[in-house]
Design a protein around this ligand. Structure first.
Ligand SMILES: *[C@@H]1O[C@H](CO)[C@@H](O)[C@H](O)[C@H]1NC(C)=O
Ligand SMILES: *[C@@H]1O[C@H](CO)[C@@H](O)[C@H](O)[C@H]1NC(C)=O
Ligand SMILES: *[C@@H]1O[C@H](CO)[C@@H](O)[C@H](O)[C@H]1NC(C)=O
Ligand SMILES: *[C@@H]1O[C@H](CO)[C@@H](O)[C@H](O)[C@H]1NC(C)=O
Length: 151
């Protein structure tokens, strides 16, 4: 759950899904691009059905809130998203395809922030190290990028 949604949920009890609602590519771009959060894809495309694209189609609003809050907290001037809801990622409840995850390119400002401000927990089952926030979001270092899950 995003910081904002979490704060609101503790005040107003509403039957909203934990990570918000699925958004369209255009709805997400309108939020992320002005904040200098840009996408990169080997195929230079946004088609959800093509694994070489980076798609925001169906990304949950809570995930969008989460990445915006994270960038601000880390004091980063930009973020590069390298994976979204496109096919080709592992399936599962809290998966890329279901809108809970984003892949983000390494940058020293965010790497340092994650290492210093989040809690390193046991390695993921596949051996990659991971850090957890106070509200349970997960930042897993898959070597070439961060695989981030906003619950
Ligand atoms: C990606 O596509 C955009 C829009 O079509 C184009 O402006 C840009 O040059 C392309 N980038 C690469 C690396 O192909
Ligand atoms: C946006 O990000 C780029 C790097 O991706 C950076 O060069 C630029 O200064 C950033 N813009 C602002 C307004 O921070
Ligand atoms: C995810 O599930 C879909 C549909 O069942 C399947 O086609 C795809 O191969 C699966 N992806 C992975 C990475 O296992
Ligand atoms: C958060 O991380 C930054 C490094 O990015 C560090 O300077 C700062 O002290 C950390 N804050 C806390 C509360 O640990």
């Amino acid at each position: 759950m995003s910081y904002l949604a979490n704060a609101l949920a503790s005040i107003i009890v509403l039957p909203i899904p934990q990570s918000g609602v699925p958004l369209t590519q255009a709805q997400v771009e309108v939020i992320l691009l002005p904040d200098n959060i840009t996408a990169s894809a080997s195929g230079n495309c946004t088609d959800r059905n093509n694994p070489t694209c980076t798609s925001y189609e169906g990304l949950l609003s809570g995930t969008v809130d989460g990445i915006v809050s994270f960038k601000q907290a880390a004091g980063a001037t930009s973020l590069v998203i390298t994976g979204g809801t496109e096919v080709g990622h592992a399936n599962g409840t809290f998966s890329h395809g279901n809108g809970f995850k984003l892949d983000v390119r390494h940058a020293s400002v965010i790497d340092d922030f994650i290492h210093s401000n989040f809690t390193q927990i046991a390695d993921r089952a596949d051996g990659f190290p991971q850090w957890q926030t106070e509200i349970g979001d997960l930042y897993c270092d898959e070597g070439t990028h961060w695989d981030i899950t906003y619950f």
